[in-house]
Design a protein around this ligand. Sequence first.
Ligand code: DX5
Length: 218
Amino acid sequence: MAELVPAILAKSLTEFEAKIRQVEDLVDMVQIDVMDGKFVPNETFNEIDKIAEVETSLKYDIHLMVADVAGAIDRWSGLNPQRITFHLEAVDSDKIEEIIGEIRNLDMEVGLAINPDTDLAEIEPQLAKIDFVLVMGVNPGFSGQKFQGSTLERIKEIKKDHPDLKVGVDGGVNTDNAADLVAAGVDELAVGSRIFTSNDVRAAVEEFSRYIRVTITK
Ligand code: DX5
């Protein structure tokens, strides 16, 4: 069954911790959005030492929306994440193997993200080498954007050629498109605003549970 992965886009330590506390009893893993203001026109709270002090049982997928991928891996691996996901568009094609190797050497899962305008042919050569592909439903940088419908066909195409590869979707995911996304074969749904702008986060997460595995523990 597909898994719900709340996306934590935080501009302060207070916001980061608040979002962690809102979902830590509801899911297993969250995606931490890391934005540098260069690869995307937005910046997130990136003081890793302070984030590391936030105690939680949640697993982390670090979603690097940054230009300096290698440097960010060095810094963010200190949180001991389950997975590090970087963008195909941020790395020269002759450097991708090296980056994948760096993450593997850290004994972390390797995720590769692809933006809506990037042709799937560009990521095809990498798919056999990674653990997870994150298909963006929006151009990354902001929460609350409109889901691009072409994303469904892109997920189906990847799943058809790589049925065992874990596929996630991120950006514009809500309870209106969750069923179609699950039917398209997606394994993980990263959700930001549909959960965190709700005045009842637990209810918002439960609303997804018709389509997605949520692990409500308390
Ligand atoms: C792209 C980020 C997403 C975003 C998701 O900007 O990678 O994770 O925070 O937010 P929603 O679900 O609101 O589109």
